[in-house]
Design a protein around this ligand. Structure first.
Ligand code: ADP
Length: 368
């Protein structure tokens, strides 16, 4: 009788042991599911017939599918993409790790680095395949921005440099003796050298603004006074084009900002409002109160900007009329410098413009 009781107790203990092992396994499985769910990479596990065994939420998002609907289905039936299917076949047939960059155009165009490997079971058999999908669209986009930038800068430098070389050569080949022409050529060389100088200054400003070390020297800035200080540097340009300036900023309107950098913003916006204005045009500088922010507007009644160009106007080197911008000594970097400076101040920039009527460039800054 006593022995039987002992047997029962032993059985109970081993059942309890088994229960606790099952609970441990469940805990481990739940923890693994949580790890997969929190991964930024898409993870998909397939069986050797390429049926979907499991996938995480990032994979659901990437392919616009839901785990409930696709479990047990063939991968190609769920994601009709031949490139990934070929990759999976390669892994399953060749039994080796494969990594490949793929561009998917559906559901949205993105670039992925897809790593596919086999999952060996305890007994060494291979019944499952693991896909890890990294979204590298942003990396590729930034690489393109960088290479476009280098191409743009090289092009911007090459054009004036070619002209300078050409005119120097002409002068050396005899044009120097022809006083009248020589002066004309030297003026052209000077224009191009100035363009290069402006370009290098703007590039240096941009790279400084983009560098991590940049520190804003914030102080109380009276906006009306700053605008009028900057405007005094434009007197001769304004006079040449008979442009009327209206600084309507109220006295005492001030914010906390880096005075020099904000001065650069006014300089670039006013410079454009003059350059792209007509004879006898008008430029207004005024403000609007927005709760704890202030909106500053530089308005001109000049050429305006075609609707199609507006979304790209703050991009580096983007110009509506390249030849005109060159003629005016523009670098195509002025507005991107403005955008950088305002964003460093936690502000936003924008433009409203109608071709042939004029433009309102504005920035909104916290009063701070
Ligand atoms: P840049 O003036 O050196 O060409 P910006 O970055 O300052 O370069 O300006 C980019 C382009 O935006 C200009 O080439 C011009 O086409 C357009 N633009 C800027 N400001 C104005 C304005 N006030 N009116 C019309 N077009 C403008």
């Amino acid at each position: 009788m006593f022995g039987f009781k002992k047997q029962i107790l032993g059985l109970k203990e081993s059942l309890e042991d088994r229960d606790s092992q099952i609970r441990d396994l469940e805990r481990q499985a739940a923890s693994l599911r949580r790890v997969l769910a929190s991964m930024a990479e898409g993870v998909i596990i397939l069986d050797k017939d390429t049926r979907i065994i499991s996938l995480n939420s990032s994979a659901e998002k990437i392919f616009g599918i839901s785990e409930k609907e696709v479990l047990g289905k063939l991968f190609l039936a769920v994601v009709p993409n031949n490139d990934i299917s070929e990759l999976i076949s390669k892994v399953l047939n060749k039994r080796e790790f494969v990594s490949q960059e793929l561009t998917l155009v559906w559901p949205i165009q993105r670039t992925f680095q897809v790593n596919a490997s086999l999952i060996p079971e305890e007994d060494g058999a291979i019944n499952r395949c693991l896909l890890v999908i990294h979204d590298i669209s942003e990396i590729r986009r930034l690489e393109k921005v960088r290479s476009d930038f280098v191409a743009n800068v090289s092009h911007e430098i090459k054009t004036p440099l070619t002209s300078i070389k050409g005119f120097v050569e002409t002068l050396l080949e005899g044009a120097l003796e022809d006083k009248e022409n020589a002066k004309h050529f030297l003026n052209i060389i000077q224009d191009h050298a100035n363009r290069l100088d402006n370009l290098v200054s703007d590039l240096l400003s941009l790279s400084f603004l983009e560098s991590k070390e940049i520190v804003l020297e914030k102080q109380k800035v009276d906006l009306g006074r700053l605008a009028s200080d900057i405007l005094s540097g434009f007197r001769s340009q304004l006079r040449k084009k008979s442009i009327e300036i209206r600084n309507e900023l109220p006295s005492g309107l001030s914010i906390t900002a880096d005075r020099d950098k904000l001065g650069q913003v006014f300089t670039n916006l006013i410079d454009n409002a003059v350059k792209f204005n007509r004879e006898k045009g008008i430029i207004r500088i005024y403000s609007q109160d927005l709760d704890n922010k202030v909106k500053l507007i530089v308005e001109d009644n000049g050429l305006g900007i075609p609707v199609k160009d507006i979304p790209r106007i703050f991009e580096r080197f983007y110009r509506v009329d390249k030849a005109r911008s060159h003629e005016m000594g523009g670098t195509g970097l002025g507005l991107s410098i403005v955008k950088h400076i305002i964003e460093l101040h936690d502000g936003t920039v924008g433009v409203e413009s109608t071709e042939g009527i004029g433009s309102k460039f504005f920035f909104i800054l916290p009063r701070g």
